[in-house]
Design a protein around this ligand. Structure first.
Ligand SMILES: *Cc1c(COP(=O)(O)O)cnc(C)c1O
Length: 455
């Protein structure tokens, strides 16, 4: 049967066509990043400084300005378990919105753990294994990163120890079970296994925990043991690099279709799925001056890019990580308990921040109720329940499509659907019952934490 182009929903690539290199945007950006600084000396950090935390190959990727970085064969072979991911045309959503725009989404929810996170987890586990590491520690909030790293560690026969923010540990028992199934040890944070955890517990015995505290615990365990390293699921250059597999595939898929997207959209927590999706397209903007509208979407309750300040700040709460040049709400900022746990981060990836400063991308913030409303419409028509984080991208895409209807523009819109929400149905339940709160953040509240950065 020969389907007409306008009858197709899904655009696939052959497994042979998975890109074999990641794209390093550091080769093309106009203003190179300012260096990360040592948290104690405030001097630019060296490779040696980072060695207790990460394997050398990842530190080299962090600092590399090489444009294409080869994806190791073993990593590609694991990617093939679920990649290439489909590029899907949301035809029923287009009809429903009565828009002349074409709406596409790249769907990362088909991965083993249901999000884009394994794209970097697999690569990180691979390089750690190659350099003789025995155990990896990490933190997780909602559990997407923890379950992805647990899966990656099980494939490479590495021990995995995960500090899971205590509220999430109790709220999301199935994510915990998933990590345990993959063989990881899951510890509610703050714990009494680390000095950082004990310190917090002595001050607040029933602390609900935070990503910042969990990062401090995971780092502490890693630096104390030579055979143990630490892993981070977003923000760092090498994480964004690994995620470019998303955009490289999408670019090929659009080339085969013979069209170019006009608008790209992604949700931003630390920035990894957004960057991974849009950077390969921005290559043409950076090197050939091509115009493309690129929108980073964040929660109004954690408006790092839209209301934060660009400055050096810590990646964690306690101040153990290097200082990074980024948009930040201050390392003491504790976001309201919105359901998009993966977007509750005070900072942003330095590369995303730099591109925002340079005018190559724009940022928008939306409230969680409007995002869930759009996600429910999307689910009813397309059948996929977006992860709470991804609802932000869905909502922004719908806003763009409505604008196209009003201005009668036939734009091609594409967003990254970073994951599915099957383990987040309690968030949808709250939405359906009218129990979701939208949090207003005053300028005074934002100012209070920015004044405390002072590094
Ligand atoms: C973790 C997560 C995010 C946010 O993290 P980024 O590093 O900004 O991509 C977005 N969507 C999903 C589904 C996630 O799991």
């Amino acid at each position: 049967m020969n389907l007409l182009e306008e009858e197709k929903y899904i655009h696939v690539l052959d497994q042979k066509e998975i890109p074999d290199s990641w794209y390093n945007i550091q080769a093309d950006i106009k203003n190179p990043l300012k260096p990360p600084l040592h948290p104690a000396t405030k001097q630019p950090i060296t490779l040696e400084d980072m060695m207790p935390l990460f394997p050398v190959s990842l530190i080299e990727q962090e600092m590399s300005r090489e444009k294409w970085i080869n994806i190791p064969g073993e990593v590609l072979d694991i990617y093939r378990i679920w990649r290439p991911t489909p590029l899907i045309r949301a035809r029923r959503l287009e009809k429903y919105l009565n828009t002349p725009a074409k709406i596409y989404y790249k769907y990362e929810g088909v991965s083993p753990t249901g999000s884009h996170k394994p794209n970097s987890a697999i690569a990180q586990a691979y390089y750690n294994k190659k350099e003789g590491v025995k155990k990896i520690t990490t933190e997780t909030g909602a559990g997407q990163w923890g379950s992805s790293l647990a899966y990656a560690c099980s494939l490479f026969d590495l021990e995995c120890e995960i500090y899971m923010v205590k509220v999430s540990y109790h709220q999301k028992p199935y994510r915990k079970t998933m990590m345990q199934m993959f063989g990881a040890k899951v510890i509610p944070s703050p714990s009494n296994l680390t000095e950082a955890g004990r310190k917090i517990l002595s001050e607040h015995s029933n602390s609900p925990g935070s990503l910042g505290i969990a990062i401090s615990e995971a780092i502490e365990v890693a630096v104390k043991d030579e055979k143990t390293k630490y892993s981070l699921g977003s923000v760092l250059n090498f994480v964004l690099l690994h995620q470019t597999i998303i955009g490289l595939e999408a670019k090929k898929q659009f080339e085969k279709l013979g069209i170019k997207p006009d608008v790209l959209i992604g949700s931003v927590g630390g920035g990894s799925n957004f960057a991974g999706f849009v950077f390969p397209f921005l290559e043409d903007a950076l090197t050939k001056n091509e115009k493309i509208k690129v929108i980073a979407v964040e929660p109004a309750a954690c408006p790092t890019l839209t209301r934060g300040k660009f400055t050096y700040d810590f990646g964690d709460t306690v101040g153990m990580t290097p200082l990074m040049p980024m948009h930040t709400l201050g390392h003491n900022f504790v976001p309201s308990p919105i359901h998009a746990g993966g977007l509750r981060y005070h900072g942003a990836a330095p590369l995303v921040s730099q591109l925002l400063l340079d005018g190559y991308i724009q940022a928008k913030a939306y409230y969680q109720n409007e995002c869930f409303k759009s996600a429910v419409e999307f689910a009813k028509l397309q059948g996929i329940i977006p992860a709470p984080e991804s609802t932000h991208a869905v909502h922004a895409a719908i806003q763009e499509a409505i604008q196209c209807r009003e201005n009668n523009q036939e734009k091609v819109i594409c967003f990254n659907l970073s994951g599915h929400g099957h383990l987040d149905l309690s968030a949808y339940e709250a939405y359906l019952n009218g129990q979701l709160e939208d949090y207003e953040l005053t300028d005074e509240e934002i100012q209070k934490n920015l004044e405390k950065i002072n590094v």
